[in-house]
Design a protein around this ligand. Sequence first.
Ligand code: 5GP
Length: 205
Amino acid sequence: MAGHSFTRVHIPAKKLVVITAPSGAGKSSIVKKLLQHNPDLSFSVSCTTRAKRDGEVDGKHYYFISVEMFKQKIAAGEFVEYEEVYPGQFYGTLKKEVERIWNNRKVVLFDIDVKGALNLKKQFGNDCLTIFIAPPTKQSLENRLKNRNTEDTQSLKTRLNRSEEELAMGPQFDKQVVNHDFDTAYMRVKNHITNFLQPAEVHVH
Ligand code: 5GP
């Protein structure tokens, strides 16, 4: 589709692009499409202690590990950031995952929660672009989570409570994109990334 792909640019070293949102705002579909259309982006596969959903592949969507293993990795300082996103469910980014992607001369693309996103921003500053995907309304979040059918009632409640808090955090990110419709939201995100990766102009006098 014309316009959906990226014009390739020289990739500046060691950049990070973080897509974040309240659960159910539709960030994963945007991340998926970005990866399909931009070979310079490489997905940061997180560790998680939650159960694998149908269709998820270990090592592709997540590294599925036990809570014990996760805690060992925390103690060993292996995470660049991690959060207990839901009670008893840990999610984290391994330092070696980021290094692996940078060694391949790619830009690291993250799909992580709002706290993890702010944490990365604090560590990497201008080398890190944080984009917050906001749902058009609170109701749309609830509908999306319900329709996705991946959560039981308790998990749905936990996710909705958390989403409300997260919605209020939008202004803390570099860019905010409201997901009224998928194509427009995708194009906005894509343009923000293109601008971020554009090499700074060199003025020759
Ligand atoms: P899910 O269980 O729906 O795959 O993910 C739940 C939440 O955890 C999502 O907001 C997702 O972006 C976030 N998440 C996934 N990986 C990480 C990670 O490595 N670190 C942090 N902080 N959040 C993550």
